[in-house]
Design a binder for this molecule. Sequence first.
Ligand SMILES: Nc1ncnc2c1ncn2[C@@H]1O[C@H](COP(=O)(O)OP(=O)(O)O)[C@@H](O)[C@H]1O
Ligand SMILES: CC(=O)N[C@@H](CCC(=O)OP(=O)(O)O)C(=O)O
Length: 273
Amino acid sequence: MGEAGKSNTFVIKCGGSTLAALPNAFFAELAAFQKAGRQPVIVHGGGPAISQALNKLGIHTEFVDGLRRTSAEVLDVAEMVLAGKINKEIVRRLSQNGAKAVGLSGTDGRLLTAEPVANAAKLGYVGEVTEVNTELLNAMLAAGYIPVVAPVGLGVDNQRYNINADTAAGAVASSLGAGPFIVVTDVAGIAGTVDGEKKVLPTVTPSQIQSMIDSGEIYGGMIPKVKAALKCLGGGVNEVVIVNGSETGVLGKVLRGEPIGTTIVAEPTAAKA
Ligand SMILES: Nc1ncnc2c1ncn2[C@@H]1O[C@H](COP(=O)(O)OP(=O)(O)O)[C@@H](O)[C@H]1O
Ligand SMILES: CC(=O)N[C@@H](CCC(=O)OP(=O)(O)O)C(=O)O
C-alpha cells in the first residue's frame, strides 16, 4: 500500500466501559469517514461483559495490575464474549449505520501473535503482542472493509492468550504506522490536578504520565491505556488521543485537529529546527 493509503489509516480502541453508551452517530461518523476514503481499524475491549458472563457462570475473576488473571476456564469465556458477542455487536452496529465492516478475532489468520506476559506465573494465559499480521489488515482495508478486531492472540506454540485491549490496539496502531491512535473510553480524557483543581488535561507528555502514575493520579484501567500510548509514540504513531465515545462528533473532532479529550504527545525536544 502506498503512502497516501497509509496516512488514511487510523486505529480506534473502543473500551468495554463505553460500548453500550456509544450512540448510532458514532458508527454513522465512521461510515461517513469510510465513504470519504479514510481507513479506520477498530480494536475493541469488553472487560465488563466478560466479568458479567463469568459472574453468571459462577467463575471467580480478579485483576492483577489492571490485567485479568486468566485460567483456561476464564480464557474460554473471554474468547466467547470478545470474539462472539462484542465483536459481532460492533460489526452489526457499523453495518446498521451504513459502514462496511468485517469482524475478526486476533487468532483468525494469525492476526495477533502473542507470547505470555512477564508475570505469567501470576496471570495465567495473558498475552503480549509480538507480531501483527498487517498484510491481512491491509487486504481488508484495500477491499473497502473496516476490520474490527477482538483482542485474543495466538502464540507460536498455538496457545490462545487473552490480551488487554489497549495493549492490542496500541500494537496494531504501531505496526500500521497509523495516526492518530484514538482511545475511546467512558471519561473525557486524563484528569489531573491543575492549581488545586481537578480537570481534564488537554495534553500530557510521557514524563507527566510517569509522575501521575507514581502519585496515583493515573490508576486502574487508565494505566494500560497510557502505557500503550507511550509504546506507540516510540513506535511510529505521532499522536494518541483519549476521548469519551458518548460525546457527539468525537472522531471528526480528533481527525480535524480540534481540541477534544487528552492528547498524549512526545516529550518536547529542546533543539527543534
Ligand atoms: N487520571 C485519570 N483520569 C481519568 N480516568 C482515570 C484516571 N485514572 C484512572 N482512571 C479510570 O480509568 C477508567 C477508564 O478505564 P477502563 O474502565 O478500563 O475503560 P475501558 O473499558 O474504556 O478500557 C475511567 O473510568 C477512570 O475510572
Ligand atoms: C488480559 C486482560 O485483562 N484482558 C481483558 C480483555 C478485554 C479488555 O481489555 O477490555 P476493556 O478495554 O473493556 O478493559 C479482560 O479480560 O478484561
